[in-house]
Design a protein around this ligand. Structure first.
Ligand code: SF4
Length: 709
């Protein structure tokens, strides 16, 4: 077994959607040193603090190392039999659609593909959703609405070729640090200007040339105003709009209603007229402009409208798909996009297909599926409501911790205890989701999954770049790859032929072949040029941006520069926005607005970054940022404790007085769990209101109050 003693391996960081290439050199004793891969185009050798500390997080102290059924250690054979038998029993008693899967942007594309094929084609349940719903679903919906498919038109190199980068709801300096380093390099080399639009004065806003502290929920007003100013100026690209789009006049008319004047725009966004005017001038005067957005846009009950209002300004100016210009969504997780590609979202089928009769039939024939689903499944928030009310009786959670990360997390935790069957595949021995089931009436199975360093497959980052994640450590204990676990359960359910893969390379070839199956070029996601890779070719696969059409191994840096969108008529869509606003109004009982997000050196629920003392030193405990005006108003003390309360739950947090947040707004990080802190779990505070198009919950503006403790 050469793994564990092999020389340096090229792989990919398991954290954020930048998808940095990493050189990992195992030490032969279960550890490894890591460095940025100078040969990976997405980071060109750079790493952030989290990536650089990966070598400190490879210990086995917290790992789940063997299968557990109903609290007792058991063999793989017994555990897999138990999963299959109990799934069969639940289906017999409650029907196929009583089964659901909740997946993760941490899964590799091959794992994701197998889970979707099993659920949507062979078990026959459409209820497959993923924590990407909390992360990027509004971008997906915005892309599909505007372009006809979930396509990021540009590349990271556009950041270095732009003269203006606008970051909307993106604290890239902390959350996508290597891309912020690339923007900083452009500032030095070509004087690129940076404008940050964010209610909070983040590290990104501090670094920017201008910071627009827009009022929560009002981003669409600002971009509606920008569209009206574009329309009234010479930068409107009438030829592009006429030749390649539809809906411009209606969308412009709506924009004039939303933002009827400079004064109205300033009043609604909470900005000074001069700030709005300077922003519009800079955007209109700069052809090479990239508008970036991230969770501040996506995690909103109007996230889809925000995305399409940003995209509209690029379509109106024809500034899309050409060097140094275009809309660019920064994906949260390492494989949020790969999951989207294989149908990880409840409203999509594999290879970016939807649920039209033609598409359903195409996938059914390709898979020879005996129980093909015909419609969309439940999106994350609705899915856990269905767990709570008993419509879902069996749930398989893979690589995520919904008892911490979902809105109304206490209700989610309680709902998990009502399941007839909870299967959790993870690489940690305990977390809040596992604990939620133990001791309750349900039946619970824990399956040890391979971790980063052991996994073998591919991920897709925010610029559509597919990269290999290669193993450099032996599988810990009895851990197995997720695709293997799923396939062995599929065999036991009687579907052995369709799940007979013996390697991730074979799964990738099938995934690539499906992307090209009956694809005449109308479907943007096409990697059929890679469906004949042999095992050695897969192992050596260099990072490549899709589409990779049949007959080539070359990727595609940009799309749509000359029109050619992927709607039925090949035109992009302008879409009128709904009246901008927040899902829930503040009230005398809950006068503050709770914004949640990340800190620089932690990732999600800290299962890996929490193992590095160096990373833990940055922000060692849960906290809430409060403006000094609100400190006084609520009777709080800087450095003391406060209990944050919302209509959904409460959490005790250390008070940090700061003018980073605006009066009336508070911010708390998401990372701490019941496992890591007895007091700072913020998921229970967050409301469950969702975007009507994307189903993504509004996690940035829950009405709240603070009480001294
Ligand atoms: Fe990893 Fe993201 Fe940091 Fe790159 S920027 S090293 S992908 S966490």
């Amino acid at each position: 077994d050469p793994i564990g003693t092999m020389p340096t391996v090229r792989t990919t960081c398991p954290y954020c959607g930048v998808g940095c290439g990493i050189l990992a050199t195992p030490d032969g004793a279960g550890g490894a040193t890591v460095a940025g891969d100078p040969g990976h185009p997405s980071n060109v050798g750079r790493l952030c603090s989290k990536g650089a500390a990966l070598g400190e997080t490879l210990g086995l102290a917290t790992r789940l190392l063997h299968p557990v059924v109903d609290g007792a250690r058991t063999s793989w054979s017994t555990a897999l039999d138990a999963v299959a038998t109990r799934l069969t029993d639940v289906i017999a008693r409650h029907g196929r659609e009583s089964v659901a899967f909740y997946l993760s942007g941490q899964l590799l594309t091959e794992d994701y593909y197998v889970a979707n094929k099993l659920a949507k084609g062979f078990i026959g349940t459409p209820h497959v959703d993923t924590n990407s719903r909390l992360c990027m679903a509004s971008s997906v919906a915005g892309h599909r609405r505007s372009f006809g498919a979930d396509v990021v038109p540009g590349s990271y190199e556009d950041l270095e070729q732009a003269d203006l980068v606008v970051l909307v709801g993106s604290n890239a300096a902390w959350c996508h640090p290597v891309l912020f380093q690339r923007i900083a390099a452009a500032r030095r080399s070509r004087g690129t200007r940076v404008i940050a639009i964010d209610p909070r004065r983040t590290a990104t806003a501090e670094e920017a040339d201008a910071h627009l502290a827009v009022a929560p929920g009002q981003d669409t007003v600002l971009f509606a105003h920008l569209l009206t100013q574009i329309a009234d100026s010479a930068v409107l690209d009438r030829a592009f709009v006429a030749a390649h789009t539809t809906g411009f006049d209606e969308t412009l008319a709506r924009a004039r209603e939303i933002a009827p004047s400079l004064a109205a725009t300033a009043a609604r966004t909470g900005l000074a007229e001069s700030e709005v005017r300077d922003f519009v001038r800079a955007w209109c005067a700069t052809e090479r402009v990239v508008t970036v957005w991230s969770q501040g846009v996506n995690q909103s009950a109007q996230g889809t409208d925000k995305v399409t209002s940003i995209v509209a300004c690029h379509l109106a100016t024809g500034r899309i798909g050409r060097p140094g210009m275009g809309p660019l969504s920064f994906t949260g997780q390492p494989n949020a996009m790969g999951g989207r590609e294989v149908g990880g979202l409840a409203n999509m089928l594999a290879a970016h297909m939807g649920f039209s009769a033609v598409e359903v039939d195409r996938v059914r024939r390709f898979w020879t599926a005996p129980a093909m689903v015909t419609g969309e499944g439940l999106k994350a928030v609705d899915l856990f409501d269905a767990v709570a009310d008993g419509r879902i009786r069996a749930l398989w959670v893979m690589g995520t911790n919904p008892a911490v990360s979902l809105p109304r997390a206490d209700a989610v935790r309680d709902a998990l205890g009502r399941l007839d069957l909870l299967v959790v595949s993870d690489n940690v021995a305990s977390n809040d989701t596992l604990s939620a089931g133990i001791g309750a009436a349900g039946i619970h199975i824990r399956l040890p999954a391979a971790a980063w360093g052991e996994k073998d497959g591919t991920v897709t980052n925010s610029e559509r770049r597919i990269s290999r994640q290669r193993p450099f450590l032996r599988l810990a204990g009895e851990a197995k790859p997720d695709w293997w676990i799923l396939s062995r359960v599929a065999e036991r359910l009687g579907h052995g032929v369709a799940f007979a893969w013996t390697s991730p390379a074979a799964i990738f070839r099938e995934h690539a072949a499906l992307s090209g199956f009956e694809n005449d070029g109308a479907r943007a996601f096409d990697i059929s040029g890679l469906d004949d890779l042999d095992d050695a070719g897969y192992d050596a696969l260099a990072p490549v941006q899709w589409p990779v059409r049949r007959g080539t191994r070359d990727g595609t840096a940009r799309l749509f520069g000359d029109g050619g969108f992927v709607t039925a008529d090949r035109r992009a869509r302008f879409v009128p926005a709904a009246a901008p606003g927040l899902a829930s109004a503040a009230s005398p009982r809950f006068p503050l607005r709770l914004n949640t997000g990340r800190v620089r050196d932690q990732w999600h629920t800290m299962t890996r970054t929490g193992l590095s003392p160096r990373l833990g030193a940055h922000r060692p405990e849960p906290f809430v940022e409060v403006h000094p005006d609100d400190i006084a108003r609520c009777g709080l003390r800087d450095g003391g404790f406060a209990r944050a309360e919302t209509a959904h739950g409460s959490a005790v947090l250390r008070v940090v007085a700061t003018e980073i947040v605006r009066p009336g707004e508070i911010f708390a990080p998401i990372h701490w769990t019941a496992e890591t802190s007895s007091y700072g779990r913020v998921g229970p505070l967050v409301q469950g209101a969702t975007d009507p198009h994307s189903g993504q919950p509004e996690a940035k503006a829950t009405p709240a109050t603070l009480v001294p403790v």
